[in-house]
Design a protein around this ligand. Structure first.
Ligand code: NDP
Length: 272
């Protein structure tokens, strides 16, 4: 069939692995797609997306800092996008713009699959209160954890998130007084080569310490977690592949196999 055009839009977007991931997915089905990286200047989200629609694009992945713009631009949204008030996936159908958020589904899928970790009845600590946490929370809550606490550099932002989602807000300094099964780093600190400043004993009984940032080597958060006693540590590459698979499914109606693509992208990242 005719080639269908897709892209990832963001700023910056140069280092995105999404083209390689989606090209690998398309190969599994023999789908004829193209997938590009498009950097959108700040403040020009709408006009760029309108151009892509008129050029016949079928959908886009949306990354930093446009997920809220993407949500607002949607004419119809899924429940997860509404609960997050952010969209990481847009599908263009005639005059309609369908907005979905697959970050949470991708995260939970990566935990349940590759990491064999169930969220049910678990005590969870989340570091950060930004856009990605808004995407994660609705889906994590669906898995019936025992308790979720959120700590953030700007405390007011953690408090607002806690009120909105019915979870607990906690100070960074207080996190050593409790034991967590899962600690999620949803800050970009690792990109600045820093680990979030939480007491090392927070990791003592931690089954899984998960960094949303991905890198060729263990991130500073993963290193601190391991030293503090976390049993398993992971970066966010598996989540990246899983959220992409859900976006692919949202566009094309079939979900790719993720394990071989994860292994391929992991090798690619090691070479970069
Ligand atoms: P946002 O910019 O929306 O939020 C960032 C959050 O991190 C804020 O709560 C901010 O605190 C906090 N923060 C920023 N810098 C630091 C620091 N040096 N120390 C402590 N806290 C800090 O980002 P997102 O939530 O969208 O994304 C977070 C990270 O997750 C990014 O690195 C992103 O690349 C990654 N990500 C990975 C995905 C994957 O598939 N693996 C998917 C989505 C995101 P404050 O409120 O005080 O500013």
């Amino acid at each position: 069939g005719k080639e269908s055009k897709y892209a990832v839009v963001g700023n910056p977007v140069a280092h995105s692995l999404s083209p390689e991931i989606h090209e690998a997915f398309a190969k599994q089905f023999g789908d004829n797609i193209s997938y590009e990286k498009i950097e959108i200047p700040l403040g020009e989200f709408e006009s760029y997306i309108e151009d892509l629609i008129s050029e016949g694009y079928k959908g886009v992945n949306v990354t930093i800092p446009f997920k809220v713009d993407a949500y607002r631009f949607s004419t119809k949204t899924t429940a997860y996008a509404r609960q997050a008030t952010a969209a990481n996936t847009l599908k263009f159908e005639g005059n309609k713009v369908l907005g979905e958020n697959t970050d949470g589904i991708g995260f939970v899928q990566d935990l349940k699959g590759r990491l064999n970790f169930s969220l049910k009845n678990k005590n969870i600590l989340i570091l950060g209160a930004g856009g990605s946490v808004r995407g994660l929370l609705p889906v994590i809550l669906d898995e019936l954890p025992k308790k979720i606490s959120v700590a953030n550099r700007s405390v007011a932002r953690a408090q607002q998130l806690a009120d909105e989602f019915g979870i607990q807000s906690i100070l960074y300094d207080e996190t050593g007084s409790e034991q967590y099964d899962l600690i999620i780093n949803a800050t970009p600190a690792s990109l600045q080569n820093k680990a979030p400043l939480i007491p090392a004993n927070a990791f003592e009984d931690c089954e899984l310490a998960f960094d949303l940032v991905y890198a060729a080597d263990p991130t500073p958060f993963m290193q601190v977690a391991k030293e503090g006693g976390a049993k398993v540590t992971s970066d966010g590459l598996g989540m990246l592949v899983e959220q992409a698979a859900d976006s692919y499914n949202f566009w094309l109606g079939h979900r790719p196999e993720t394990t071989p693509v994860y292994e391929y992208i992991r090798k690619l990242l090691a070479k970069k």
